[in-house]
Design a protein around this ligand. Structure first.
Ligand code: ATP
Ligand code: FE
Length: 325
């Protein structure tokens, strides 16, 4: 079995995965959404302190599995340095105490493998990652062959939902709150410009849209927020659809997946389903409970890396806030 730890942002999670069957034997996550909600975003120092409280509590529940562990896998990048350190330090202590190897996992690879929890992986795959820190398209041929073909130049898709929610004093995380508010709104009411719509670049940008929404919010009454949310959601998704359309002209999709916390967005999902229809491409999605951060996806990558002997040494394994993918 592999014990896996996730602490890259505001979720403390630990999982136990059986290596041979990829079965998830244990998974527990303690989210800090409530604690950060009053600040309208994640406060790193507070997040680190809450991980230091939550992770040992969850680990205690894993005691019955200690004798069967063959390795410990932990998210080591990307994420918030001070929160990554919490998980990595715990993983190093487990590695020393139980005399088992340690595996450093890239959180973004984790999001990709959230598609394959308790399942065999299927590649090649074109993957759209939409999360709190990333908006990127990747061509994935295998665990070790992942090529990023488009990414955000500034804010991410999920982050723009968080910031718009903050402008409207809705709380955090903004994605589900904006999605809910948008349901009753008029998507056409506000004519926000689709980012980079005249640019030939296949890349993403959300800071301009965020600022246009800010101006609209400042001028609006609270009763207009529904229409602003609905119009924002339409344009935020249209940006991704326009760029994917351009990309698909060069590289038609065969199998396409949406992963990351914001892949829970139903409007984006429906737009992508429409886009894929003429290509007759399969759409893969993670189970809703594995879209946002969790340790099951880190354990799933851990199993792949264990089988390939991709271990880290205790001295070399360091946290890295930026992703290399
Ligand atoms: P990263 O994975 O890039 O390091 P992260 O781990 O913080 O970032 P995730 O937990 O994968 O991000 O996703 C959280 C993000 O997803 C938040 O920005 C949240 O607002 C967004 N999100 C969640 N549900 C929805 C939704 N229904 N619509 C839009 N965004 C959503
Ligand atoms: Fe994430």
């Amino acid at each position: 079995m592999i014990l896996s730890i996730e602490s890259s942002c505001d979720d403390s999670a630990i999982a136990i995965t059986e290596i041979a069957t990829k079965k998830l034997l244990f998974h527990k996550k303690i989210s800090q959404e409530l604690e950060h909600s009053v600040y309208g975003g994640v406060v790193p120092e507070l997040a680190a302190r809450l991980h230091a409280e939550a992770l040992p509590k969850i680990l205690e529940e894993c005691r019955p599995y200690f004798g069967s562990l063959k390795a410990v896998a932990v998210t080591s990048s990307p994420g918030l340095t001070v929160t990554l350190v919490e998980g990595v330090t715990m993983a190093k202590a487990i590695s020393i105490a139980l005399n088992i190897p340690i595996i450093g996992v890239n959180h973004l690879v984790g999001h990709i493998y959230s598609l394959f929890i308790e399942k065999e992986s299927e590649f090649p795959l074109t993957v759209l990652l939409v999360s709190g820190g990333h908006t990127q398209v990747m061509e994935v041929k295998s665990l070790e062959d992942i090529k990023t073909v488009a990414k955000s130049m500034d804010d991410s898709f999920g982050e723009s939902f968080d910031k718009v929610a903050k402008m409207m004093n809705l709380g955090y995380p903004g994605g589900p709150l904006i999605q809910e508010l948008a349901k009753g709104g008029d998507r056409k009411k506000y004519n926000f410009t689709v980012p980079l719509h005249q640019s030939p670049l296949i890349a993403f940008s959300y800071s301009g849209l965020k600022n246009s929404v800010r101006l609209a919010v400042e001028k609006a009454e609270e009763s207009d927020y529904r229409d602003i949310a609905a119009s924002f959601e339409r344009v935020a998704a249209a940006h991704i659809i326009q760029k994917l359309k351009k990309y698909f002209k060069e590289v038609p999709p065969k199998k396409f997946a949406i992963v990351g916390g914001a892949s829970a967005n139903l409007y984006l999902r429906s737009q992508i389903e429409e886009l894929l229809k003429p290509h007759k491409a399969d759409l893969l999605l993670s189970e809703l409970k594995y879209c946002s951060d969790n340790a099951a996806m880190i354990g799933r990558v851990g199993v792949e890396m264990y089988e390939k002997g991709l271990f880290s040494s205790l001295d070399e394994l360091e946290v890295c806030p930026k992703s290399v993918i």
